[in-house]
Design a protein around this ligand. Structure first.
Ligand SMILES: Nc1ncnc2c1ncn2[C@@H]1O[C@H](COP(=O)(O)OP(=O)(O)OP(=O)(O)O)[C@@H](O)[C@H]1O
Ligand SMILES: [Mg+2]
Length: 286
């Protein structure tokens, strides 16, 4: 049974599944994952550092390059991907009622967000761990992803139910750790790295976001959150540094408008830095 909305998902979670149902769920997840070449999990130790913006833009950039890409938002308490991608409708169900249909943003880009389960836009989801786990497993196994080159996964910060469910169900996922350059964020990055080591999630590397801002009046660079911390932490932890992304007011506007910058053709400080990171990721995966 698939959960098209919150109530049924909650009921499903509170009803202990029988062994055969659990086996079927596992088989569905394995089948879905076998058709997806690369699974990339965007994570951070600290909130608000830009995970969702990076997930949305990474998925957009890969789709624009011709890769079939899925974007999965499992941030139950603060889903922002639907808004950032301009997805407003609820998810549809396949004619046989067995699968959820992802939202199609363009010919290469599919999106599934927790937000697309909630009829009331501003309604909070109040779930405990088992309901979240059940929903995430359905997002992997009961969504009609089809054949994908990439699945990008956006989760809440930290090491709670959602990140754990992702790594438990997608053991081959690769992590991208997002931080801002200042020490208070980097302390949390070290926790993310410890999380990766503990749960055996292989990190592709660290991305430093909001690193520098060009003043729109005098064009002088301003270091909003200090600089160089991402590179230093990557070096110290023996991880790849994937690159720095500047603070760019266009990111805020494009996120609010529902069209990530990397989906369009506009060149900004953000898109130039972001393109280099995408190329680095693709090179690593070759
Ligand atoms: N490089 C950037 N330049 C300007 N604004 C940015 C940049 N990256 C992210 N933002 C803005 O910062 C805010 C937080 O970003 P985002 O929602 O992507 O962070 P998050 O890590 O997913 O947050 P949460 O932990 O709450 O899920 C958003 O308003 C977003 O538009
Ligand atoms: Mg987010």
């Amino acid at each position: 049974m698939i959960h098209k909305n919150m109530d049924s998902a909650r009921q499903g979670a509170s009803c202990p599944s029988q062994q055969s149902a659990a086996d079927q769920q596992r088989a569905r997840i394995q089948d879905a994952l076998s058709k997806i070449r690369h699974k990339i999990f965007v994570l951070s130790g600290k909130g608000g550092v830009g995970k969702s913006s990076i997930s949305a833009n990474l998925a957009s950039a890969l789709a624009k390059k011709g890769y079939r890409t899925g974007l999965m938002d499992v941030d139950v308490h603060g889903p922002s991907i639907a808004h950032m991608m301009g997805v407003t409708d609820l998810l549809d169900v396949s004619p046989d009622q067995q699968r959820l249909l992802p939202k199609q943003v363009n010919e290469n880009l599919l999106v599934v967000s927790v937000q697309s389960l909630i009829p009331e836009k501003d309604q909070a989801i109040i779930w405990r761990g088992p309901a979240k786990t059940s929903m995430i497993q359905q997002f992997i196994g009961s969504v009609e992803w089809g054949d994908l080159d990439f699945l990008i996964i956006d989760a809440p910060p930290g090491t709670g139910d959602e990140p754990i469910t992702i790594v438990q169900n997608i053991s081959e996922a690769l992590g991208i750790i997002v931080t801002t350059p200042q020490e208070v964020s980097l302390a949390d990055v070290r926790k993310s790295i410890s999380f990766c080591n503990t749960v055996k999630l292989k990190p592709l590397g660290i991305v430093e976001n909001m690193a520098g801002f060009r003043c729109p009046h005098c064009n002088e660079p301003i270091e909003l959150f200090a600089s160089g911390g991402g590179q230093k932490t990557a070096n110290a932890q023996g991880l790849d540094f994937l690159g720095s992304i500047p603070f760019d007011l266009n990111v805020v506007a494009s996120g609010d408008a529902g069209t990530p910058l990397m989906l369009g053709d506009r060149q900004t400080d953000f898109t130039r830095a972001f393109s280099e990171i995408v190329d680095k990721i693709l090179k690593q995966l070759k």
